[in-house]
Design a protein around this ligand. Structure first.
Ligand SMILES: Cc1cc2nc3c(=O)[nH]c(=O)nc-3n(C[C@H](O)[C@H](O)[C@H](O)COP(=O)(O)OP(=O)(O)OC[C@H]3O[C@@H](n4cnc5c(N)ncnc54)[C@H](O)[C@@H]3O)c2cc1C
Length: 430
């Protein structure tokens, strides 16, 4: 926040400050420092880097923040979860925040619906920082529209046999396990009949078809297009009830909307700080460029919108703390589209304020701008979020008693003002 953060309690503000301090002094240091950020962007990361990262985050209780301590989580709140994600986006990179975000929403889903085997063999070691998680949802024919997934899982004896392809999968190369939806019954597009499985990263039949890490931003995760060819998954690796995972997925996405927006906003705040310092010191025509109103008003607008986005996000997280993971879908959708569109707008505006140097790697802004771009469709496209918001907005605003006074029927007795009549000039007989 740029202004006072009255939406947080003093304990929450302290939690955020402590988190930033720990990340800066204990996590993003030595082999995970600035050079490592560059390695990620150059796709020169290593498995050891990611192992070290998840180990450090697990040891400081930043993985699975809402999962009870008995399962190696932190036993804390959704508000703390989004604050931690903001801090990782700010102190580290988007891809670090993404890996940690997976421990939050995948971890929460495993905790709420997983059996003892799933909890003991995957959830607890993941939250301890021993396992890297990969979320394998997107397919060639179903991205935004997850219900049209083609991947199937058929029961054979005591195993599920998985067949299908998944693409754009972060941590495809490093995942110790994949959190994977597959159709176990029903037809294409049905929401019923989708099940969630935990698939071991080293299971037979998993193949990388194409490396996909050399994309616009968000680099260094070993992302790939993958094939699952008769992959046998133990029966016990089913998460929750067979065929009912649609509700688990939509609940899980409700939290992912908040974490993705929040870590992108954290990264954009870093860009804004750099731009504020730069413009206050860059002399053009014998004046700091921050003296120009067209510059300083842009800083003011970014600061105001950033605070608005944080407040929307905190509100939705607090609703989840009060009502659970499925609470506040409209508020979460508002926070997602506004936060992610804004993070990109801020990063882009900051490049504009720095001019040419902003497009070089002298400052991390150009990387931040590329990194936050995918947030506008990843985990829920802005257009889809707006569809959720408009639907609920009409429900909130529509009045059952409405008698038509806003649709041109204000003057009683004038025929063409009636809803079922046309004005004379538009009559087909004219
Ligand atoms: C950097 C990056 C990392 C990713 N990481 C992962 C990962 O780890 N795991 C994973 O499973 N996937 C991952 N993805 C995939 C990502 O989730 C999908 O790209 C996203 O869900 C969109 O799916 P799609 O690309 O198939 O686009 P499509 O579904 O084809 O949609 C294309 C565009 O159409 C518009 N659109 C589609 N449907 C609607 C609608 N109903 N209303 C309004 N607009 C709509 C949106 O603008 C959307 O961006 C990643 C992608 C990127 C780029």
């Amino acid at each position: 926040m740029i202004g006072a953060n009255t939406a947080l309690s003093s304990e929450e503000r302290e939690y955020f400050e402590r988190t930033v301090e720990t990340l800066e002094n204990e996590v993003f240091v030595d082999r995970l420092g600035e050079d490592h950020f560059r390695d990620l962007d150059d796709n020169e990361e290593s498995r050891e880097d990611w192992e070290e990262y998840v180990k450090r985050m697990g040891s400081y209780d930043f993985a699975g923040i809402t999962v009870p301590e008995a399962h190696n989580g932190a036993g804390e709140t959704y508000v703390q979860t989004v604050l931690a994600e903001q801090a990782v986006g700010y102190c580290g990179t988007i891809v670090h925040a993404c890996q940690t975000s997976l421990t939050q929403h995948v971890g929460r889903t495993m905790y709420e619906h997983g059996n003892d085997h799933v909890k003991e063999s995957y959830l607890e070691p993941m939250l301890d920082g021993e396992l890297i998680v990969s979320q394998a949802y997107t397919e060639p024919s179903s991205g935004t529209d997850l219900a049209h997934l083609d991947t199937t899982a058929e029961k054979e004896g005591d195993a599920w046999v998985v067949n299908g392809q998944k693409r754009f999968i972060d941590f495809a190369r490093y995942g110790d396990f994949y959190f994977l939806p597959a159709r176990t019954s029903g037809s294409d597009g049905d929401r019923e009949g989708v099940s969630l499985l935990v698939v071991d990263g080293d299971a037979d039949g998993i193949e990388i078809l194409e490396d996909q890490s050399d994309w616009h931003g968000f680099r260094g995760t070993g992302a790939a297009w993958m094939e699952f060819d008769d992959v046998r998954v133990p029966e016990a690796n089913l998460v929750g009830e067979e065929g009912t995972a649609w509700s688990y997925i939509t609940d899980e996405l409700n939290l992912e909307h908040l974490t993705v927006a929040r870590y992108c906003l954290g990264a954009s705040q870093k860009a804004l700080e750099i731009a504020a310092n730069y413009t206050d010191n860059r002399i053009v025509n014998e004046r700091a460029i921050s003296d120009y109103q067209s510059v300083n008003h842009q800083v003011a607008e970014m600061a105001t919108k950033l605070d608005a986005a944080y407040l929307l996000n905190t509100r939705a997280a607090r609703m989840m703390d009060e009502g659970g993971l499925s609470t506040g879908r409209m508020e979460s959708a508002m926070a997602k589209w506004y936060g992610n569109d804004l993070a990109h707008e801020i990063a882009d505006t900051c490049i504009q304020l720095l001019g040419g140097i902003g497009t070089t790697t002298s400052y991390p802004i150009e990387r931040i701008q590329r990194d936050v771009r995918a947030g506008r469709f990843l985990g829920g496209a802005s257009g889809v979020m707006k569809s959720v918001v408009q639907h609920d907005t009409y429900e909130v605003l529509d009045d059952d008693e409405f008698d038509g006074e806003y649709v041109g029927n204000e003057v009683e007795g004038v025929p063409w003002r009636k809803a079922d009549a046309r004005p004379p000039s538009a009559s087909p007989d004219d």
